[in-house]
Structures are given as C-alpha cells and as structure tokens.
Design a protein around this ligand. Structure first.
Ligand SMILES: [Fe+2]
Length: 260
C-alpha cells in the first residue's frame, strides 16, 4: 500500500461498511449508553497491516514526542491523606496535522491520509452516530504508541471551547501489530473505571462521545519484538455545528487538544 483510499469507506470490508451503516441504530444506542464503541473486523487484516507499514515508513519521521511525566510535587507537596491530584500524563508520539505547511501534513497528504480523514464517508459515520449536526470542519491527528507508551486518566473536556464544551465526537482508526502483546483502553462509566477493550487489533475503530474519563495502558511488546511493536491511531474530531442564528465564537484551529 502506498496510499490510503480517498474515502474512508474504501478502507472497510463489505461487512464493515454494513456494520458502520448502522441501519438498526445499534451503534448509536451503544454510544449513547457506553460513551465509547469499539468495532473490530471492519477493516481486513491485510489492509490494516499494510496501513501500519505505510505509517511507519512515511509518517514516523514526522512525529514529535508528547511527554508529560508525573510531577514530583504530586507527592512532595501533598500535605493531607487522600488528597492526591494527577494532571494528564502521557508518553507517546504524535502529529497534529493542523498546518498545511508542516512536514507532517505534507507527508500525511502525500499518502492520502488527510483526504481519508476528511472524507465524506467518515464524516457521515460521525454524523449518523452523533445525532446532532456537525461543524463543517473537522480536526485530524495521528498518534503512535511504542513499548511503554501510555496516557494517564484524563477527560478530553474543553470547557473553554464553546462548540466542544457540550461534548463532541472522535473517531479513532487504530492499526495495531502482532508484535504488541497487549494494549488496552480503559474508561469510566457511572463514576468507575469498569470498561476495558483490547485496542491492539490490526484494524479497529473506536468512536468516542467525549468528554469522559479514560486512559490507555502502557503498550507491552512481545519479548524480543520491542523494535517493531507499535500501534498507530489516525483520528478525526468532530465538533457540533453552531446553533442556527448564533455567530461563530471561534475559528476552528484543528484538534481541540491532545487526544489518546
Ligand atoms: Fe483521550
């Protein structure tokens, strides 16, 4: 594979297209109830592996580290029992794909990733599941998790952004690898971290109705396979359209913030 298909629907198997068409509203109801749905088997294994290989070859050199460690003061400055606070900590690599002039954008454009993440078929999927009109523009980002990479508990809530403050939708297309032993996404429902899914699939699609508490466990490689164990995520963010008759409060500047 040298390029992603222009339309997201072309990345899918016919069964995958049928599942994501969601004619009976199964996915939409699951998203309402669970905040997150994860779909396996909608992308053929060979296609997903070829996509992983393409990203490794063409986009990896354009990534930047996204690292924020637990501050030592998180313990040293704690004066009362059970008063700990944790900021969003993470270790991964990313490219935000916001500026056309950036090296990452040019590489992603060259391999068709920008077109696929901005395609009508991907927008239509988000539109079907969101139940609300979406903003015309979307944000795009890629993430790469190598051995030990993770994201700590966080909400992806952006209360200062008028069209994200009330919630928004993310679609994450995930390309795992057989050299990864495990990688999990954990999220909270009804106040407890009770939900978990193995996201290391050759092709998996996670749809998030944000914000909600979630985290990604450290990626664990198979023994001796650390050099080739990685998981990529190509994601699109859709904010809701402004209410009719109200002026736009902000020009869209891409992804509302670092995701995971
Ligand atoms: Fe996140």
């Amino acid at each position: 594979m040298d390029r992603f298909p222009t339309e997201f629907s072309a990345l899918l198997t016919s069964r995958g297209r049928s599942i994501l068409a969601d004619r009976r509203g199964v996915l939409a109801r699951a998203l309402d109830a669970d905040r997150l749905v994860y779909i396996e088997g909608a992308i053929a294994r060979d296609t997903a592996m070829a996509a992983h290989d393409l990203l490794e070859r063409q986009l990896r050199p354009c990534l930047v580290p996204l690292v924020r460690a637990i501050p030592p003061e998180a313990i040293a400055n704690q004066t009362r029992n059970h008063q700990e606070r944790l900021i969003k900590v993470a270790r991964q690599e990313t490219a935000y794909l916001e500026r056309r002039s950036s090296r990452a954008w040019k590489a992603a454009d060259r391999i068709g990733l920008i077109a696929m993440l901005q395609s009508e078929s991907l927008r239509n999927l988000a539109q079907r599941l969101s139940g609300r009109p979406l903003d015309r523009r979307s944000g795009q980002q890629v993430l790469r998790y190598g051995p030990g990479d993770y994201v700590g508990p966080h909400t992806d809530h952006y209360p200062e952004d008028p069209r994200a403050a009330g919630g928004y939708l993310d679609v994450h297309v995930s390309f795992g690898h057989p050299d990864v032993r495990h990688h999990y996404l954990v999220w909270a429902l009804d106040g407890h971290f009770t939900r978990m899914v193995d996201v290391n699939r050759p092709g998996g699609i996670a749809i998030y109705r944000l914000p909600f508490w979630h985290y990604t466990t450290p990626l664990v490689a198979r023994v001796g396979r650390e050099a080739t164990a990685s998981r990529w995520v190509a994601l699109a963010t859709y904010r809701f359209a402004p209410a009719a008759g109200r002026p736009r409060a902000h020009a869209f500047g891409g992804k509302v913030g670092p995701s995971s």
